[in-house]
Design a protein around this ligand. Sequence first.
Ligand SMILES: NC(=O)C1=CN([C@@H]2O[C@H](COP(=O)(O)OP(=O)(O)OC[C@H]3O[C@@H](n4cnc5c(N)ncnc54)[C@H](OP(=O)(O)O)[C@@H]3O)[C@@H](O)[C@H]2O)C=CC1
Ligand SMILES: Nc1nc(=O)c2c([nH]1)NC[C@@H]1CN(c3ccc(C(=O)N[C@@H](CCC(=O)O)C(=O)O)cc3)C=[N+]21
Length: 282
Amino acid sequence: MDGKKLAQEVKAELKQRVEELWTSKQIVPRLAVILVGEDPASQVYVRNKRRAAEKIGIKTVDNLLPATVSEADLLDLIYEYNEDPNIHGILVQLPLPAHIDEAKVTHAILPSKDVDGFHPVNMGHLFMNMPHSLPCTPRGIMELLAAYGISPAGKEVVIVGRSNIVGRPMVALMLNADATVTVAHSKTKDLRAVTKRADILVVATGRPEMITGADIKPGAVVIDVGVNRLADGHLVGDVQRQTVEGVASYLTPVPGGVGPMTIAMLMKQTVEFAEKSGQDGY
Ligand SMILES: NC(=O)C1=CN([C@@H]2O[C@H](COP(=O)(O)OP(=O)(O)OC[C@H]3O[C@@H](n4cnc5c(N)ncnc54)[C@H](OP(=O)(O)O)[C@@H]3O)[C@@H](O)[C@H]2O)C=CC1
Ligand SMILES: Nc1nc(=O)c2c([nH]1)NC[C@@H]1CN(c3ccc(C(=O)N[C@@H](CCC(=O)O)C(=O)O)cc3)C=[N+]21
């Protein structure tokens, strides 16, 4: 499944919507990105986001804060963006340094500007199937499946991983799409027996190539969320491509699968928020 190509298509459509937004309301979508510390992988994501935004016509306001920044200063910055009517989306790159309480930061972002969909209010709405904002990675996966004509309705969907960023919101989206959902994690007994049941398998563990051809049902659709940089600089997923390719009906590559879709969905959410701005929020 070619996430890179689909992401290009999504971004081309967004570019038009951004132009329309300017013509009809003179609004430029603005996204504030906050990165704390100098994690090189995170810097790559921030750069990719900025590049994508520039192409679409979204303005990004990047804040690269030192790892030593205090929690109070970070919260103050978020409060400023909450109040600023010209900022439509706020994203704080995770993980944060240990001295900063991640939950406190996530909760500080105004739900109506929470482009990641990580605020408990947005998570709650998502689980009740009345979402305001959708976490970008799971949403990108749903759009990929839809583009390939794969409907989760009635299917056995197994999600490996239960993080707040990927696994948990993925459960909600799949349930909302009428799948029969199983969630596996590090305490799951006999993981292979569980993954082998899946018609659609979503793997988000951060364990390089842990899922092999022996772990999947022939013909399964396999979504590899993992982005793992090996010591030699090589990028691999959580799925072993060589052994899975011959068994699965579809597989998302790494790179070029879920990652580019995540960025496209972040852009989409920002444009959607800008389009809604001025209307009644909650
Ligand atoms: N492509 C993209 O857009 C994105 C990619 N990623 C990538 O996806 C991967 C996962 O990210 P994230 O969800 O944030 O990771 P986390 O580390 O937050 O969560 C990993 C999850 O996998 C589970 N897990 C770990 N090891 C095993 C195992 N051996 N067997 C079964 N389950 C296991 C953990 O279980 P437990 O809860 O029990 O600890 C946990 O629930 C990473 O490689 C990350 O880089 C992340 C976000 C976006
Ligand atoms: N608040 C927050 N929101 C996030 O969405 C978030 C986060 N924090 N912290 C880190 C993870 C990780 N993540 C990725 C996004 C894009 C690619 C991506 O574009 N990957 C490219 C390759 C990138 C490369 O070459 O390094 C690909 O898979 O083709 C990867 C990973 C978002 N995350």
